[in-house]
Design a protein around this ligand. Structure first.
Ligand code: NAD
Ligand code: UFG
Length: 336
């Protein structure tokens, strides 16, 4: 019996495949490589000494999905595959809705056709919107999203919840990630964006000399130092959370939601300074205007995952900085 990871070659997917293999699961991956490289999977196999099965293709390809379900005994699916750039989604909403929504609907239909109704989904803290107050708890009403990417996450949560309500033999786990950063301790797998939209890959690209300086998006937020506060979570902790979520989804019908965060907030300036301290590298920055759609605070109440899944984050922000830097300096051009 195997776990199918859609988007398994990506940043979070590759780290999760590694943890699933180490936990003894067989792993099958479908990835279109639209935002990743097969090299990540080669390295996952090298690091674990185990093999996984890779299909290059799109989750909107119903025939390919049927082939995968026929050729493998898939017990459950972890659904990472999505386009994830907030600014790109504002420019290309149709492509985002098609890739993320159609890709999910085709996947769910293929799962049903093939008798596999257990799924763990990569959702985001963005579904809490600006209306809710931190720390976010899973029972809060979801908020208003500010971009097409975030809207796809909200809509997919709804599609899966409705499906599980209509057909009680579905097992659905919605994982709301906070801000995943860092990399595997080996420095062999990590986050490899072209142009970085997110804070940590921007910091590491400035530190390695690929960008001149970082722009801090606003310092007038109602936070202690005026910069945005986020719940950064080490990608290895996040990956281990998926192993717990898979174990849970195998024998729990219905829909269950879990925040995957640390419960701690860190400001932009605190993250820059932590990075400088642990690496000894200076990160030049300037203060710029606030970025549209950003909230002042986003951090989790992570109690439910601890109570129900027996999972909690273990690595702190300093370790996240150390590992992000170790990956960046050993792989200045990602997987190229
Ligand atoms: P990523 O881009 O590194 O990984 C996504 C993978 O999916 C890529 O390998 C890409 O090639 C693949 N893919 C995209 N569309 C596909 C399709 N239609 N068919 C097959 N493969 C496809 O991103 P990531 O950071 O690893 O994120 C994984 C998931 O977690 C995504 O769903 C993302 O929206 C979600 N998420 C990420 C963050 C974050 O900050 N990284 C936060 C919250 C949620
Ligand atoms: N920031 C900067 N400069 C940069 C990049 C980011 O100051 O160059 C700031 C942002 O304003 C924010 C913080 O750093 O205060 C974190 O920004 P990120 O872009 O790293 O992360 P976000 O919290 O904006 O977004 C993340 C995911 C999204 C998800 C969202 C949900 O990347 O996929 O969380 O809250 F939708």
């Amino acid at each position: 019996m195997a776990i199918l990871a859609t988007g398994g070659a990506g940043f979070i997917g590759s780290h999760t495949c590694l943890e699933l293999l180490n936990a003894g699961y067989e792993v099958v991956v479908i990835d279109s490589l639209v935002n990743s490289s097969e090299e990540s999977l080669r390295r996952v196999q090298e690091l674990t000494g185990k093999t996984l099965r890779f299909y290059k293709g799109d989750t909107r390809d119903a025939a390919l999905l049927d082939t995968i379900f026929t050729e493998n005994e898939i017990e459950a699916v972890v659904h990472f595959a999505a386009l994830k750039s907030v600014p790109e989604s504002v420019k290309m909403p149709l492509e985002y809705y098609d890739n993320n929504l159609t890709g999910t609907i085709e996947l769910l239909k293929a799962m049903r056709r093939n008798g596999c109704k257990k799924i763990v989904f990569s959702s985001s803290a963005t579904v809490y919107g600006a209306e809710n107050k931190c720390p976010f708890t899973e029972d809060m009403q979801t908020g208003t999203t500010t971009n097409p990417y975030g809207t796809t996450k909200l809509q997919i949560e709804r599609i899966m919840t409705d499906t599980a309500a209509a057909e009680p033999d579905w097992h659905v786990v919605l994982l709301r990630y906070f801000n995943p950063i860092g990399a595997h301790a080996s420095g062999r797998i990590g986050e490899a964006p072209g142009y970085p939209n997110n804070l940590m890959p921007y910091i590491t690209q400035v530190a390695v000399g690929k960008r001149e300086k970082l722009t801090v998006f606003g310092n007038n937020y109602p936070t202690p130092d005026g910069t945005g506060v986020r719940d950064y979570i080490h990608v290895v902790d996040l990956a281990k959370g998926h192993v717990k979520a898979i174990a849970f989804v195998l024998d729990h019908a219905g829909t269950e939601i879990f925040n995957l965060g640390t419960g701690n907030g860190t400001s932009v300036l605190e993250l820059i300074h932590a990075f400088e301290e642990v690496t000894g590298v200076t990160v030049p920055y300037e203060i710029g205007p606030a970025r549209a759609g950003d909230v002042a605070y986003s951090y989790a109440n992570a109690d439910k995952a601890k109570r129900v899944l027996g999972w909690q984050a273990e690595l702190d922000v300093r370790q996240m900085c150390r590992d992000a830097w170790n990956w960046q300096k050993n792989n200045p051009n990602g997987y190229e």
